[in-house]
Ligand binder design. Structure first.
Ligand SMILES: C[C@H](O)[C@H](O)[C@@H](O)C(=O)CO
Ligand SMILES: [Mn+2]
Length: 421
């Protein structure tokens, strides 16, 4: 497709949307400033860089597949992220795990400091990217028993409390250096494979541990704290201490961000329906947008009905300033850089579709009780020429339109990824 063809198609599409009262130029301006935080851990199969042979262990999560080219160092990961970001329209962020530490000296997780992430900060600063952060409560001998902040072993609990404290300070340093608050998100896997007798005590320990981690107030201009629940992890099917109800109550009572991972609920539950409910009671939400297939399988985002519903809720509710969008999937069976690009472009497409909606008109139908018109319009919108608007957006953002970005991935694969052994 030539630029000329893209522009011509866009001008027809623009007219179609204008007839519905939608200004496509304004929509694209809005879309270009909605940040999506790219989760770094898609690039290394959640292994991290603490040692050259680091592996993902425990935590009830799994990256499945052995496609060649995984990032083995932080430098390789930054290169891969650069490639991905060059193929995603808009200005975005990067979301790191603590295990993505980039330090020449070996440091224990409870001693991590901003200086151990200074190369990440320099890289982000150069590219005007914001950084988000996550303490890593898995793949560690002190997490092998399946308990971190809920451990009955005081030494272990203290170690992980110190890790949480250290990570908030790193988040603060990210925020200060980059001029945009870092969302530091706490997720722990702690739970039981089989039915526990005492469901209460681990949760009591978790409240106390979290309160200690979060005791120091950090300026929200630099760091925002989020907590992430989960239904269950692999091998932890019967009980998860940090359940939804636990963190919902905790976030409301401590004025924190609540993180919704879209793969962390019963398969028939949808976050699109939960968003406006919780935003009545928490100020801000963090999304980990994932795609669970039967379970929290962390598949790459597709432009599903639910992804579109989620974006619609964010836009219709005017929640763009209160919802931080991060991705969370890890598929090791396909090109990892392509996985980022597919997922982020789909998130962006879902937001575009939502922004292109004549929401006021639809709301009026609803308020008037004219549900026939509401359904008709919602269905007709699906076949409007939004693809032409998307292609034009890519053109104006200097990224390939259509599937042409894949050519770049194939070159990168041949020249860089396949040379990694
Ligand atoms: C890498 C972790 O799995 C991720 O950060 C966490 O958010 C999660 O979703 C665990 O299932
Ligand atoms: Mn998550």
């Amino acid at each position: 497709m030539t630029s000329q063809q893209i522009e011509t198609s866009y001008s027809f599409a623009k007219e179609r949307y204008a007839a519905l009262g939608v200004d496509t130029d304004a929509v694209l301006k809005n879309l270009a400033v909605i940040p999506i935080s790219l989760h770094a851990w898609q690039g290394d199969d959640v292994c991290g860089f603490e040692s050259p042979d680091a592996q993902l262990t425990g935590g009830g999560i799994q990256a499945i597949g052995n496609y060649p080219g995984k990032a083995r160092t932080a430098a390789e990961m930054r290169m891969d992220l650069d490639k991905a970001l060059s193929l995603i329209p808009g200005s975005h962020r990067v979301n790191l795990q603590a295990i993505h530490v980039d330090s020449d000296e070996k440091v224990e997780r409870n001693n991590f400091q901003p200086k151990h992430f200074s190369r990440w900060i320099d890289w982000a600063k150069e590219r005007k990217l914001g950084l988000d952060f996550n303490p890593s409560y898995f793949s560690h001998p002190k997490a092998d028993a399946g308990f971190t902040l809920t451990s009955t072993d005081e030494g272990i609990r203290q170690f992980w409390i110190e890790h949480g404290i250290a990570c908030r300070k790193i988040g603060e340093a990210f925020g200060k250096a980059l001029g945009t608050p870092c969302v530091t998100n706490i997720w722990i896997p702690d739970g039981y494979k089989d039915i526990p007798v005492d469901r209460k005590a681990p949760r009591e320990r978790l409240v106390n541990a979290l309160d200690t981690i979060l005791a120091e107030k950090i300026d929200p201009r630099y760091n925002l704290d989020a907590v992430e629940s989960k239904l269950f992890g692999l091998g932890l099917e019967s009980y998860t201490a940090g359940s939804h109800e636990f963190y919902m109550g905790y976030a409301v009572s401590r004025n924190l961000l609540l993180c919704f991972d879209t793969g962390h609920f019963h398969p028939t539950e949808v976050i699109s329906d939960k968003l406006s409910a919780v935003l009545m009671f928490v100020d801000q939400v963090l999304l980990h947008v994932s795609r669970g297939v039967r379970w929290d399988s962390d598949h790459v985002l597709i432009l599903s009905d639910e992804l579109q519903a989620l974006a619609q809720e964010i836009v219709r509710g005017e929640f763009l300033k209160r919802v931080h969008i991060s991705l969370d999937f890890f598929d090791a069976s396909i090109n990892r850089v392509a996985a980022w690009v597919i997922g982020a472009r789909n998130m962006s497409k879902a937001l575009l579709l939502a922004l292109l909606e004549p929401t006021a008109q639809l709301r009026k139908f609803e308020l008037d009780g004219d549900y026939t018109s509401r359904l008709t319009m919602l269905e007709e919108l699906k076949t409007l020429p939004w693809g032409a608007v998307w292609d034009y957006y890519c053109l104006t953002q200097n990224v390939p339109a259509g599937h042409l970005w894949l050519d770049e991935i194939k070159h990168y694969e041949r020249d860089v990824l396949f040379k990694r052994t």
